[in-house]
Design a protein around this ligand. Structure first.
Ligand code: URA
Length: 206
């Protein structure tokens, strides 16, 4: 598994807003959206281009076009907070959704929803902002792999070492991009220092 931790002053700025418990819902959503662009730029470094001929106001010249072969998959519901960056930057990206919930007693993932476009030979970007135990992301990756994608990039805002280890063990063939590798999980499987419950903070639930 390739692991990339973003290093950028804008990342530090917006991530601090997300971490701050006094950040209101609007500001939280806007900052998650802004961070999603930084994650999307990093995750799309490898996308293939085709050559096209274009004409400037002066001459004909060489141009490039991103191939239409990318799919973003939001792991519900927190993954919805990272949709903007991939939607706005990747041309003609299609979207899928996987509903995975953590059983609060066992911390094991359970699937409650799945709606996916064609994934065969596609660049797949899985949006799962909080990598805690790694159970939900691993579950989402297993689901995606059944459809033989070209490659898989997982975009996370915060990753705990425990989750990184699990993904490294089970999925050597993916790239994991995170805005931050945090210290640890606490006894309730929350990431420390973390930002609390990403879904609750995005959607104003408790
Ligand atoms: N999910 C969250 O939203 N936050 C955590 O800290 C861990 C899992």
């Amino acid at each position: 598994m390739e692991l990339i931790e973003l290093s950028h002053p804008l990342k530090d700025h917006y991530l601090s807003i997300l971490r701050d418990k006094n950040t209101d819902f609007d500001t939280f959503r806007i900052s998650a959206s802004k961070l999603s662009y930084l994650l999307a730029v990093e995750a799309t470094q490898h996308l293939s281009l085709k050559n096209v001929e274009i004409e400037t106001p002066l001459v004909k010249t060489k141009g490039y076009e991103i191939e239409n072969n990318s799919v973003a998959i939001s792991v519900l519901r927190a993954g919805l907070g990272l949709v903007d960056g991939v939607k706005d930057l990747i041309p003609n990206v299609s979207f899928g959704y996987i509903g995975v919930q953590r059983n609060e007693d066992t911390a094991k993932p359970e699937n409650y929803y799945e709606k996916l476009p064609d994934l065969k030979d596609k660049n797949v970007f899985i949006l799962e902002p909080m990598l805690a135990t790694g159970g939900s992301l691993s579950f989402a990756i297993d689901t995606v792999k059944k459809y033989n994608p070209k490659n898989i990039h997982a975009l996370t805002v915060i990753a705990a070492p425990e989750g990184i280890e699990l993904i490294k063990d089970k999925h050597h063939d993916i790239t994991l991009i995170t805005a931050s590798i945090d210290e640890k999980l606490n006894d309730n499987w929350y990431i420390v220092p973390g930002l609390g419950d990403m879904g609750d903070r995005l959607f104003g639930t408790t």
